[in-house]
Design a protein. Structure first.
Length: 148
């Protein structure tokens, strides 16, 4: 007589598969039973006036009326700041070979970049100068620089 094709380990694996299927169907049934009792009202959450989640609806007496036209989306425009056109300063640094330097404003103590093309006459370090300020590619620059 021949031996059976089913070995002990094959039988055990089949038993485990059947057991897992039974457990899975039992879990599925228990989920259906527990979920069936909840309604849509139980799942809704509200946001109160302080931004906190609650299960009670908000009080309609605390409702504020907001005009949609007053809401500004984006960055507010900067108002133009009046800048005195002519400033006085002192040349803090100037490189003749490269043709640029920095002027320190006497009133605000800020430094401004100056290029040799923006000067009316040659300047050197420690010269007192008058200049105007314009916006350049990397910030404010001194233009129309004259010796005093």
């Amino acid at each position: 007589m021949g031996r059976s094709n089913e070995t002990f380990s094959k039988k055990e694996k089949e038993k485990k598969k059947i057991q897992k299927r039974k457990e899975k169907t039992a879990k599925k049934e228990s989920r259906k039973e527990s979920a069936g009792g909840s309604s849509l009202d139980d799942m809704i959450a509200y946001v109160d006036e302080n931004g906190m989640l609650t299960d009670t609806p908000p009080d309609p007496t605390k409702k504020k009326k907001i005009n949609a036209n007053t809401i500004e989306i984006g960055v507010p425009k900067r108002e133009d700041i009046y800048i005195d056109p002519v400033h006085e300063g002192k040349v803090a640094f100037f490189n003749d070979e490269k043709g640029y330097g920095f002027i320190k404003d006497l009133t605000s103590q800020e430094s401004y970049f100056v290029h040799i093309n923006n000067t009316t006459e040659p300047i050197v370090e420690n010269d007192k100068v008058s200049f105007e300020i314009e916006s350049g590619p990397k910030g404010l620059v001194a233009v129309k620089v004259k010796k005093l």
